[in-house]
Design a protein around this ligand. Sequence first.
Ligand code: ATP
Ligand code: MG
Length: 423
Amino acid sequence: MGKQITGIRGMNDLYGSEVEAFDYLLAQAQQTLHQYGYQSIRLPIVEKTELFARSIGEVTDIVEKEMYTFADRNGDSLTLRPEGTAGCVRAVIENGLTHNQVQKLYYSGPMFRYERPQKGRYRQFHQLGVEVFGLSEADIDAELIAMTARLWEKLGLENLELQINSLGSQEARQAYRDKLVAYLLEHEAHLDEDSLRRLQTNPLRILDSKNPDMKALIEGAPKLLEHLDEESKAHFEALKTYLDDLGIDYVVNPNLVRGLDYYNRTVFEWVTTELGAQGTVCAGGRYDGLVEQIGGKATPAVGFAMGLERLTALLMDKQLVPAHTDADLYLVLVGEQVNRPGIVIAEKLRDDFPALNVQMNCGGGSFKSQFKKADKSGARYAIILGDQEVQDQTVAVKPLRDTTEQATLRWDELSAYLKPLFA
Ligand code: ATP
Ligand code: MG
């Protein structure tokens, strides 16, 4: 026997009830997205490293220490995508999708970050990302948020808190940056190692620190929200008004800055206290400068990404996933001559009842063991075929969940008999 080979730390296999919850979540999300006119886009998992460095920002956790970067065989530096926005922006530029048109797009799939694995934080995880290109006003920001709120409602998720903030314009942030640096320099002794380094390169990042020792210091810092440019202020006020009109509760969190550099104006997160430390299940915002920064024509944009593992965990904890679809019919096949007609009957049933789950017993076994499996499958009826039935070209239909009588039917009568039972 060969030595067992294990998977990679932080990269999980999804199976059983977890994958059921995951697929259920995706299906509900997709339905909601279609309600709002979003279209699917499928993007490569690997991109040039430069794309992420330039969009996410050189001085961010992701680019500094979390990317899976490797040399392609021809020497190009490639990276497994740590998030989806950069690739999506590249794709819309490259395919000319933003020329005089609005795009409302979504995608889902694995993302890769070299983080310390723990509950709700993995090295391969999945996001559902949504991006809108070509709209600059706050109405679309509000619609995006309303769409997520609708999805939570559809899923039965309560107690998610919406936090919003505005990062203003590039210029406003530049002016604010000086005030922030002055404040942080006053308290230099309390800065951790990461923050000291970022003081020079990207001081706003310090506000995003997850270090609890920095919390008090960050809370005392001057607020970007109080240094917004007039236009961004009006944009943020409009967003709040829309949310008020829609009855969507929110908390303004002036320290919400997000871990990526490309955001401006609206940023938001949906947060739960029910998953421990990893409480953000959906996060996004506006990134009006990014398309131009990656070489496209200036195009306003806004989007978000949901963390599918975290949402799946919530759905499972709260038992919000409907039971998986049981079998409807189970073919019990016992005898020497039963397999060849059995497989034909099963296919005929699938032809006649496309909506039903038809399970055929494979691999033989006694009546007793097959009935056990039939019962476990959740099927409403067992269709029984033995050598005698094959001789007579009949089957027995035995109810497993209700009190209708067992019946014997000719093969050519079977579907007509079952039809009213599944009407
Ligand atoms: P966090 O603050 O939790 O590190 P983030 O700001 O790095 O999150 P984003 O880049 O905004 O996260 O990604 C959007 C969502 O993807 C997060 O809100 C979270 O739900 C999920 N997510 C991010 N990183 C991971 C990870 N390593 N494992 C599982 N889910 C993740
Ligand atoms: Mg992170």
